[in-house]
Design a protein around this ligand. Structure first.
Ligand code: NAD
Ligand code: IPM
Ligand code: MN
Length: 356
């Protein structure tokens, strides 16, 4: 089979980590007899520089014609002063919206080899950490009304958080279905003690829960959830939440599993073309230094193989190889600890490919 992948490497460390992910995919192709083809598309700052638009029409067309999209990361200080519509991040948001990607699946797993990189005490992580954040990706404050106006005290700006029943229902269903494949528990995180949109969220989640009597549902306020993630991370199985809360809580979840450089994601949608992206950003502070951890992007490719191409053995081969390099003690700087062997971005990618 031939699989067409649109590759949006993006900015900062984006191209460095994507290069390693592609060499891992190439190794999979070689070993299992698949052909992957790659078409580079400009998205983010790179697209602003080349084409004056963070998501040129041509990039979107190529993504829509592909079997899956692999994204590195977008953004950086160079473009930070541009107006909202012209920012790199807006290109990513438009891409998610245009592909109908409403469900962002962000698994946060603590590998036993990385216990030293986890900042939590051993007594807290003794039962392990294996959380799947199911983040709504096409609604909420990211896509609400926003603007600037003159108020009583001068200039004001506002961003609206709005959720429809339809949007909550479909993401809730994704979460309950995910829980069935895992440990049968959903924690829905909201701020229903304050926000009207959260009260609707909670009501719709309860309604969907009735279709899944085998799944335990727990509601939790977001402030408490951010605390419980540190206090008792093994209490979470599927964490269902809004676009904004999911963005924040998944960065927190990444740190308790060692590093943001480890966490992959799948952005699944309605149009059949899904996107795979590490949860981290373009890390301008380490771009060009070969310090970036490529594992989040490599594991995102494993998610692509499983979810878009139905190639579970191949996905597992990548996951096993990642475990293998960790067992061998190889560490990029973000997950380095005493007695381990420090490697750079390229060496980490090569070692993972070698173990496949
Ligand atoms: P970031 O995730 O880029 O970096 C946060 C910290 O984590 C930095 O210290 C960075 O060095 C480190 N880090 C991130 N990825 C790493 C990796 N793979 N290996 C090792 N260390 C890693 O977040 P930020 O600094 O807040 O944002 C930088 C830029 O990235 C901004 O322009 C932001 O908008 C953008 N961003 C893009 C995405 C995306 O494209 N999906 C996600 C988040 C942030
Ligand atoms: C992420 C990022 C994006 C988000 C930004 C860059 C738009 O932080 O993928 O987590 O907030 O969704
Ligand atoms: Mn984020």
């Amino acid at each position: 089979m031939e699989y067409k992948i649109a590759v949006a490497a993006g900015d900062g460390i984006g191209p460095e980590i994507v290069e390693q992910a592609i060499s891992v995919l190439e190794r999979i192709g070689e070993k299992f007899g698949h052909k992957f083809t790659y078409e580079n598309v400009a998205v983010g700052g790179a697209a602003i520089d080349c084409c004056g638009d963070p998501l040129p029409e041509e990039s979107l067309e190529v993504c829509k014609r592909s079997d899956a999209v692999l994204l590195g990361a977008v953004g950086g200080p160079k473009w930070d002063s541009l107006e909202n519509a012209k920012r790199p991040e807006k290109g990513l948001l438009r891409l998610r919206q245009s592909l109908g990607l409403y469900a962002n699946i962000r698994p946060a797993v603590l590998y036993k080899e990385l216990a030293d990189a986890c900042p939590l005490k051993e007594s807290i992580i003794k039962d392990g950490i294996d959380i799947c954040v199911v983040r709504e990706l096409m609604g909420g404050i990211y896509f609400g009304e926003r603007g600037q106006r003159q108020g009583k005290y001068g200039a004001e700006a506002f961003d609206e958080e709005c959720y429809s029943e339809y949007e909550v229902e479909r993401i809730a269903r994704s979460a309950f279905e995910m829980a069935r494949k895992r440990r049968n528990k959903v924690t829905s995180v909201d701020k229903a003690n304050v926000l009207e949109s959260s009260r609707l969220w909670r009501r719709v989640v309860e309604k969907v829960a009735a279709e899944f009597p085998d799944i335990e549902l727990e509601h939790m306020y977001v402030d408490n959830a951010s605390m419980q993630l540190i206090k008792n991370p093994s209490g979470f199985d599927v964490l269902l939440t809004t676009n904004m809360f999911g963005d924040i809580l998944s960065d927190e979840a990444s740190m308790i599993t060692g590093s943001i450089g480890m966490l992959p994601s799948a952005s699944l949608g309605t149009e059949g073309v899904h996107m795979y992206e590490p949860i981290h950003g373009s890390a301008p502070d380490i771009a060009g230094t070969r310090k970036a951890n490529p594992i989040a992007t490599i594991l995102s490719c494993a998610m692509m193989l499983r979810s878009s191409f139905n190639l579970s053995d191949e996905a597992q081969a990548i996951e096993k190889a990642v475990e293998g390099v960790l067992e061998k003690g190889l560490r990029t700087p973000d997950i380095m600890s005493q007695g381990m062997t420090l490697v750079d971005t390229v060496q980490m990618g090569e070692e993972i490919a070698k173990l496949i």
